[in-house]
Design a protein around this ligand. Sequence first.
Ligand code: NCD
Length: 309
Amino acid sequence: MASLKGKDILHGNQFTKKDIDTIIQNAAQFEKELKKKDSLSLLKGKVLATLFFEPSTRTRLSFETAMQRLGGSVISMASAESSSAAKGETVADTARTVSQYADVIVIRHPRIGSAKEAADAADVPVINAGDGAGQHPTQALLDVYTIYKELGSLKKLSVSMVGDLKNGRTVHALVELLALFGAKLYFVSPSLLKMPEEITLRLKEKGIEIIETEDLLEAAFGSDLLYVTRIQKERFTDPTEYERVKGSYVVDQKFLDSVKKKLTIMHPLPRVDEINPEIDTYPGAAYFRQVRNGVFVRMALLAMVLGKR
Ligand code: NCD
């Protein structure tokens, strides 16, 4: 079994195939156990601190749920305004301070590299819940758990990543994990929002087939899975640029009818207008199952970094 004991979780590229297998196995185990019981006592006495310097619904609440379902407890800082960050404290000092209270820290912050700074300063494992337009590795892990459950395998998938590939930290992390299993990837975005070249080149070096296109229909014909993302409005410095690209892609019933085959549709959420709620009952629409899977994967990660799995 791969061990994450005492480790930080910062970047999609830190995992091996074996790590992913172990995380999936542990998540599946917790999912099974929660069918029998409301909560477990594996992390009784342990404290999780969640430090969120950016808005969040799912990531923070699912980590907090995961900790409580494992019998642990949670301390939480839900906004920068309510903490000493408002007085000018550095991320490093905040993380070092909080690591005197908690056994594990989950942090979200608008700046790329901030989670690494927190991890270097803290005396306990730090989990990156999103560092600006950088990485979001725990989302990527719950995404692969969902893909595994929905499609039965992670091997040689053909996946379309759709939307804001430039600023989307979920896709930046997810491609690292899919690359371990030899995927074919369609990158579907307006030219303004293309996947950073540094990532595309590295994937190609690993032998991953990449097709960059603006045509969602073409990509959908060649894919098993559409991973749709929100245009990240908060990352734009020029509002007119956002106006130019907003609403670029919409997955709705008309679109599904024109594809004429079953697709699995995922989205990290929140959605704005890129998935029409009219398709929420489509059997392949997996995004709310994805939300639920997040709890089991985060239970697995908390148990593993704390050395209990
Ligand atoms: C994503 C995020 O915060 O990066 N949300 C999430 O964690 N599920 C995606 C987004 O905000 O668009």
